[in-house]
Ligand binder design. Structure first.
Ligand code: UDP
Length: 250
């Protein structure tokens, strides 16, 4: 197992310059070259940035929910970028080189799969479906397959085998954790990164922005589809996910 830099208690690195601003997060360098700080924003986009808005409180909820789910996954033996929650919207993470893929796992047909293949949204899949999209905004994150990924050098065969096995294992683990909170995990998107020694770990976030969550009892949507599809109750849905997973903890 590779050694990683974990800061000592009370010895957190200083926040440095902003390295990157994405649609939902900012990333800052720190005084430790192996670590960065992710800061979650309330800004929301959909349809690859064509729709913009704000979801009040989203940054804080996604920070807390994502860290909680990553902590549960760490306890299950999955290595993630999470180091320490620093504040309501800020988290210290390991610095990785992001593999430029959106790794999507589906348990129930929804969204783009429903539209692309003409299968009714809500159709249960007898086994999970794994998809990859190339992370590229100007191309609208096109769907790609293993041979594109390897031939174009985005990941090696070994890395892709690791990524696909991790994604399917994470799916099983998350389904269990969410079921206990009365939430069905319909589909979700993961991103992975490489540590300096080449190890692949889970990065980015796991939140109502990046997952489809349906209420187990009512089927109500508890995720970004409420924003994408103008269903109303967006803030309430995000707050409900936070409440179910974290209770009333501050
Ligand atoms: N997803 C995401 N970021 C993206 C595209 C998709 O987090 O850029 C998530 C989305 O929230 C859903 C899953 O990946 O949980 C599958 O999304 P889909 O391909 O159906 O696309 P959508 O219909 O959401 O555009």
């Amino acid at each position: 197992m590779a050694e990683t830099t974990v800061p000592q208690v009370g010895g957190e690195p200083e926040q440095g310059e902003q390295m990157y601003e994405g649609k939902a997060k900012k990333v800052f360098a720190t005084s430790d070259p192996d670590l960065c700080i992710v800061s979650y924003k309330d800004d929301a986009t959909a349809f690859n940035g064509k729709k913009h808005g704000q979801i009040l409180g989203k940054g804080e909820i996604n920070n807390r929910v994502s860290n909680h789910l990553m902590r549960l996954l760490e306890a299950d033996g999955i290595r993630t970028h999470l180091v320490k929650e620093l504040g309501p919207r800020d988290t210290l993470v390991r610095r990785v080189q992001i593999v430029p893929l959106e790794v999507i796992v589906r348990n129930i047909v929804a969204g783009s799969m429903s539209q692309r293949l003409g299968v009714l949204e809500g159709t249960k899949l007898p086994q999970p479906v794994l998809e990859y999209s190339y992370k590229c905004d100007v191309l609208d994150d096109p769907l790609v397959n293993d041979s594109h990924i390897i031939a174009l050098g985005w990941a090696t065969r070994d890395e892709l085998d690791t990524i696909s096995a991790l994604a399917l294992r994470i799916n099983t683990l998350l389904q269990g954790h969410l079921d206990a909170a009365g939430i069905i995990l319909v589909d979700f998107k993961l991103e992975f990164g490489r540590l300096p020694d080449g190890e692949i770990i889970l990065a980015d976030e796991i939140s109502p922005d990046t997952c489809r969550f349906w209420d187990k009892a009512t089927g109500a949507k508890l995720d970004k589809d409420r924003f994408r599809r103008d269903l109303g109750g967006v803030e309430q849905a995000y707050a409900e996910v936070r409440r179910r997973l974290l209770g009333t903890a501050a």
